[in-house]
Design a protein around this ligand. Structure first.
Ligand code: GLN
Length: 503
């Protein structure tokens, strides 16, 4: 029933399908999934006003049709995403609907306003379909740290979907939504995209407003997009990007207009590209052979088009994961102090007064991984250690930022695998936090450097028990979204179905 945004728009215009059918179909799939013995668990809840919003979209389309083709074209020019349902990660506010960050501490909380990204999508006709699962407070790489059960991988339900935006990634991969909104602090859109065989874009820091998005690590957090094609991602990004009065860190994306109708790079344009591969990622001990093989395939494709590829030496990247976890956990410890049982969500009986209220609410409300991170973050920030650890983390980050900026003076795009391994089995890493953290080995440098990167479904493993998708990243300098999306679209047009086949 679901196609790409592009195909669905055409089907809505010519009356082949209605938005109401799309939404009702998704709700039906959700109900069936909930009742199944191994649920995918991509959505936690379908919004109860989605059908009404879809009916309103259908009405607008029907009214325009009465006035003829040019009125219809004009309507879709004004609202390019009219009637298109999308999945929302559970840390993005949709007015009047629950938001929990997959945490018990936010049980009962209802968002009082829309995130700016939601408002912009709705202004352009898109329909928020439902709230999707994630790792609690976006901390994790598998969606197993959700308080509402894991999200499974649609390709093989014995495997994790990746995280922390596992819910929206699985929803898109399983054709339960046409695109999804996730968030990135250290790879949480690209990693599940890679595990689920779809495209996932992390935007340049500032390009998407964070107003109404629950903070994890504020100097790193960004909203990201998940879809079956780069051109679908570009179409949604073009209406969402840009300065927002409510977010001082927001920035203009100069190419936003060109993204509405993304053009793949031609062969002659690819031939002019200068590509770099950091040696540190190629030589990483954790890199699984099958992932290396898929990566070689992408390099061969680029070379066959005439692009030049150099291996570059960036020793500082070896410290990116350590720097990331120091900074992210410090910021998280500070950001999560607001969940105290007074202002938001759940409150445990105060007993002896405020101190006890805080302790009880936070002890019962947060899951073990979030608590671990709050403890580590506070330890790192404590007076005796902050000089040693936090400042070192920040020094490494500054070096990563400056070295990446320097690299992009000579190169157009950096490529590397999205993750060292494909999706792993449920339960495999959940009790080993360090191993879980190492899933982010190739993603965090992008967030630290505040640049942009897309995970591209590039092939599959050769596992005899069932091949799993492998994602490769195309990373670009700050505000170079158009460049990496155009290259990714060229890949898509040459390899359609390399990820999850579009039904
Ligand atoms: N897996 C990383 C972490 O747990 C990244 C999470 C994210 O990007 N939100 O911190």
């Amino acid at each position: 029933m679901f196609y790409t945004i592009k195909d669905t728009r055409a089907a809505l215009k010519n009356g082949e399908i209605t938005s109401e059918q799309l939404v009702k179909n998704a709700i039906d799939t959700f109900e069936k999934d909930k009742a199944s013995s191994i649920p995918l668990n991509a959505f936690l809840e379908m919004y109860d006003d989605a059908v009404a919003k879809a009916q309103a979209a259908d009405k607008e389309i029907a009214e325009a049709k009465k006035s003829g083709q040019s009125a219809l074209d004009e309507l879709f020019n004004k609202k390019p995403l009219l009637g298109i349902p999308f999945a929302v990660k559970d840390n993005i506010s949709v007015k009047g609907h629950r938001l929990t960050c997959a945490s018990k501490i936010l049980e009962g909380y209802v968002a009082p306003y829309n995130a700016t990204v939601i408002t912009r999508l709705e202004d352009n006709g898109a329909i928020p379909l439902g709230r999707c699962n994630q790792d609690e407070f976006a901390m994790g790489s598998s969606t197993e740290y959700s308080s509402y059960g894991p999200t499974r991988n649609p390709i093989n339900r014995e495997y994790v979907s990746g995280g922390s935006s596992g819910g929206p990634a699985a929803a898109v991969s399983a054709n339960q939504a046409l695109f999804g909104l996730g968030t990135e602090t250290g790879g949480s859109v690209r990693l599940p995209a890679s595990y689920c065989g779809i495209y996932g874009l992390k935007t340049t820091y500032g390009v998407l407003s964070r107003w109404g998005v629950v903070a994890y690590g504020s100097s790193l957090d960004q909203v990201g997009l998940l879809a079956h094609t780069p051109s679908d991602i570009a179409a949604a990004l073009s209406v969402m990007a840009g300065v927002d009065f409510y977010d001082d860190t927001s920035a203009d994306l100069p190419s936003a207009k060109n993204l509405a109708d993304l053009k793949a790079y031609s062969d002659s344009e690819i031939a002019k590209l200068k590509i770099a591969i950091p040696k540190q990622f190629l030589e990483s001990k954790g890199l699984m052979d099958d992932v290396g093989t898929v990566f070689n395939g992408v390099q061969d494709w680029l070379k066959s088009k005439g692009a030049s590829i150099d291996i570059v030496d960036l020793p500082v990247l070896d410290a990116s994961i350590a720097s990331y976890y120091v900074i992210a956990l410090s910021e998280a410890a500070s950001n999560l102090s607001r969940f105290d049982g007074i202002r938001y969500g759940r409150r445990v009986d105060p007993g002896e007064g405020y101190d006890e209220l805080y302790v009880k609410t936070r002890s019962e409300g947060f899951g073990p991984e979030v608590k671990r991170r709050i403890v580590i973050g506070n330890y790192v920030l404590s007076e005796q250690f902050s000089g040693d650890t936090y400042k070192k983390g920040m020094t490494v980050r500054a070096k990563i930022q400056s070295e990446m900026a320097k690299l992009f003076e000579s190169y157009d795009i950096v490529i590397c695998p999205t993750c060292p391994t494909p999706a792993f089995k449920l339960g495999q890493k959940v009790d080993n936090p360090l191993e879980m953290y190492l899933s982010d080995l190739f993603t965090t440098f992008v967030n630290l450097a505040r640049i942009t990167s897309i995970s591209v479904p590039a092939g599959k493993t050769t596992d005899a028990n069932g091949a799993m998708p492998v994602g490769i990243q195309f990373a670009g300098a700050m505000f170079e979204e158009e460049k990496i999306l155009r290259l990714a679209q060229a890949w898509e047009e040459d390899h359609a179905g390399c990820g999850v086949p579009i039904k």
